[in-house]
Write a protein that binds this ligand. Structure first.
Ligand SMILES: *Cc1c(COP(=O)(O)O)cnc(C)c1O
Length: 428
């Protein structure tokens, strides 16, 4: 007899801390236990207890074509038949580099890694090596993976589980990271004035999506660009989530701002463990073996991962997936706004393309402080209602939802019905 989620979770908790291999998967903040997935296809996941859900987590972003798209599965099968790892250059790495540099004009040279964390970590080291400076500016609520110097006022699971400043990060590292409120250009200017010629880089999610989802004010990203250029600091866009998702060329294409370095991940790997970082050739050429900044990876540019990523990205372009995602996103937005209005729920709905977030606050939400005004108890009840009705949203107020091209209009409609019902229950 197949194991059930409750039994698997009990077994997992004995051997895996918290029963999960990444804290965002725990439902602790909601007073629940996670379910275990048996399989996933298209817009749906099935748990080991036989429940079926419409999925809006999409493996936290990578599944932009939905789960197990045929083109990706075939590409992985085909690549696996020729060997799963070489540790020697393979042609797919070159194809991937050509695709990335072709789609994201600020990226003149690129290197592949195995996760978003590795990508941001490498960007920070490279920025320090290139500028010869140590200090980094980040923004409160932005999450850049579990990099020591970036786990300061961090978002995502670190925020959800109450550890935005992680234990185990030496004060000497954290002290080099200056965390500022997002959308506050005056705070950035003041920091540059107080630390002239000492800031190596500003790193940010151009569209912050790890403390819920909110947006840069008009001109904010351009002003960051200006400040960095003036001081000789580098501008790093962490597009691990937004890259290839909000547009073919990411958030930098949407906002028309050119960073010096970009971190990529999630969608780029088609569900396999992949990240990448790239930018100006002059900076990238500081990497070993050309330059003095060391960075490496046994499995980087892995043929399976490259095959999966290339297949997913090419399919996305072939079907003009971004157009489909915008249409589906607009449908969900309209229906959710109607439901908020009908039920008179104090809530704010944010969306860009296929990324969305429903904050249980009157708003506005333009930074972490705004996001934190959300009513977490209401979120927990909303989440549970939706889950029990077969709709799986991210298990935290401080995460973003994702639509895939495999979501059909009738599934969005069904989702909207469940959302309306959940909001109606909250107002009772
Ligand atoms: C997910 C994420 C990361 C970390 O990527 P991992 O692959 O989980 O290491 C970094 N930055 C942003 C913006 C992310 O959303």
């Amino acid at each position: 007899m197949p194991a059930h989620s409750t039994e698997l979770f009990a077994r997992a908790c004995r051997l895996i801390p918290g029963g999960v291999n990444s804290p965002v998967r725990a439902f602790r903040g909601l007073g629940r236990e996670p379910f275990f997935v048996e399989r996933a296809a298209g817009a749906h996941i099935w748990d080991v207890d036989g429940n079926k859900y419409i999925d809006y987590v999409g493996t936290w972003g990578p599944a932009i074509l939905g789960h197990a798209p045929a083109v990706v599965i075939e590409a992985v099968r085909d690549a696996a038949g020729r060997g799963v790892s070489f540790g020697i250059p393979n042609p797919l790495e070159v194809e991937m580099a050509e695709l990335i540099c072709g789609w994201v004009p600020s990226i003149e040279k690129v290197r592949m890694v195995n996760s978003g964390t590795e990508a941001t970590m490498s960007c920070v080291r490279l920025a320090r090596g290139f500028t010869g400076r140590d200090k980094i500016i980040k923004f409160e609520g932005c999450y850049h993976g579990h990099v020591d110097s970036l786990l300061v006022h961090a978002g995502s699971g670190a925020l959800t589980h109450g550890q935005p400043d992680s234990a185990g990060v030496p004060e000497a590292f954290a002290g080099l990271t200056i965390a500022l409120p997002f959308n506050n250009i005056e705070a950035v200017r003041k920091t540059f004035r107080a630390n002239p010629g000492e800031i190596a880089a500003i790193i940010l999610e151009p569209i912050p999506a790890n403390a819920g989802l909110y947006f840069p004010r008009p001109g904010f990203l351009a002003a960051l660009r200006e400040e960095c250029t003036r001081d000789g600091a580098l501008l790093i866009f962490d597009e691990v989530m937004t890259g290839f998702r909000v547009a073919r060329g990411g958030a930098q294409e949407v906002y028309g701002v050119r960073p010096d370095l970009t971190a990529l991940g999630k969608v780029i790997g088609g569900g396999l463990p992949v990240g990448a970082f790239g930018g100006r050739a002059e900076i990238m050429d500081q990497l070993s073996p050309l330059g003095p900044v060391y960075q490496a990876g046994t499995l980087s540019g892995n043929p399976l991962a490259m095959a999966a990523g290339l297949a997913q990205l090419r399919e996305l372009e072939r079907i003009d997936g971004w157009k489909t995602l915008e249409t589906l996103g607009a449908q969900l937005e309209q229906a959710t706004r109607d439901a908020i209005g009908e039920t008179k729920t104090p809530a704010v709905f944010h969306r860009i393309g296929s990324m969305f977030c429903l904050f249980f606050t009157d708003g506005p939400v333009t930074d972490l402080a705004g996001a934190r005004r959300s009513n977490l108890e209401k979120f927990a009840r909303f989440f549970s209602h939706c889950l029990e009705a077969g709709v799986y949203f991210a298990p935290s107020q401080f995460e973003t939802g994702f639509i895939s091209t495999a979501h059909r209009p009738d599934e969005i409609e069904e989702t909207a019905r469940v959302v309306r019902e959940a909001l109606a229950q909250l107002s009772r």
